[in-house]
Design a protein around this ligand. Structure first.
Ligand code: B12
Length: 137
C-alpha cells in the first residue's frame, strides 16, 4: 500500500512528520513523505504521480482547517483520486475544541478518517482496520 504524507500549509513542526514516516514504514507501507510546508496541490499531485492508496495529512499548528475546506473542490479536479483514502490528524484547530465538534466537520470537508489529538499508533491501527474492512467489501 502506498501512502503520501506531509504537514499541510505553512506548518513547520517536523518531529511528528518524521515519526509518522517511520511508523508507516515499520507497518509495511510504501511511504512518500513530502515533509513540512506542503500545499494541498502538492499532496494531490504526488498522490496521482505515485498512484497512492492513502493520503495522510498532518497539521500541528492547527491551520489545517483553512486548507481542508478546499479539499473536495480541488480533489474533484483530479480524475484518478476517487478511491484514495483521505486521512488527517494532529491538532486540527487553532486553540481548543472537542473531537466531537471537529470530526464531523472534517468528514464534511472530504476526509474518511479524522484524528484530533489522537495517539499516532491508535490512528494507524484504525487506518489498517479501515483498509481491511474496505478490502473485504
Ligand atoms: C517544538 C514546537 C515548536 C517548534 C517546532 C520545531 C520544528 N521544526 O519541529 C517551533 C518553536 C518552531 C514552533 C513554532 C510554532 N508553534 Co509550536 N510547538 C512545539 C511543541 C512544543 C512540540 C511539538 C512536537 O514536536 N511534539 C512532539 C511530536 C512527536 O508530537 P506532536 O507534534 O504532538 O505529534 C503527535 C500527534 O500530534 C500525532 N499526530 C500528528 N499528526 C498526525 C496524523 C495522524 C493521522 C495521526 C493519527 C496522529 C498524528 O502523532 C504525533 C506523533 O506522536 C508543541 C507543544 C507540544 N507540547 O506538543 C507546540 C505547538 C504544536 N506549537 C504551537 C504553535 C501555536 C506554534 C506557533 C504558531 C507559535 C508562534 N506563535 O510562532 C509556531 C508555528 C510555526 C509554524 N509555521 O508552523 C501550538 C499549536 C496550537 C494549536 N494547534 O492550536 C502548540 C500545540 C503549542 C501550544 N500549546 O500552543 N513550535
Amino acid at each position: 500500500m502506498k501512502v503520501v504524507t506531509g504537514v499541510v500549509g505553512n506548518d513547520i513542526h517536523v518531529v511528528a512528520n518524521r515519526l509518522i514516516e517511520l511508523s508507516l514504514d515499520a507497518r509495511g507501507f510504501e511511504v512518500f513523505n513530502l515533509g513540512v510546508n506542503t500545499y494541498l496541490e502538492e499532496f494531490f499531485d504526488a498522490a496521482v504521480e505515485t498512484q497512492a492508496d492513502v493520503l495522510l495529512i498532518s497539521s500541528l499548528n492547527g491551520e489545517a482547517e483553512g486548507w481542508a475546506r478546499e479539499v473536495k473542490l480541488l480533489k474533484s479536479k483530479y480524475n484518478t483520486l476517487d478511491d484514495i483514502i483521505m486521512v488527517i490528524g494532529g491538532n486540527l484547530v487553532v486553540g481548543t475544541a472537542s473531537a466531537d465538534e471537529i470530526v464531523p466537520r472534517y468528514k464534511k470537508y472530504g476526509f474518511d478518517l479524522v484524528f484530533h489529538q489522537v495517539d499516532l499508533n491508535t490512528g494507524l491501527d484504525t487506518l489498517e482496520m479501515y483498509i481491511k474492512q474496505r478490502d473485504v467489501k
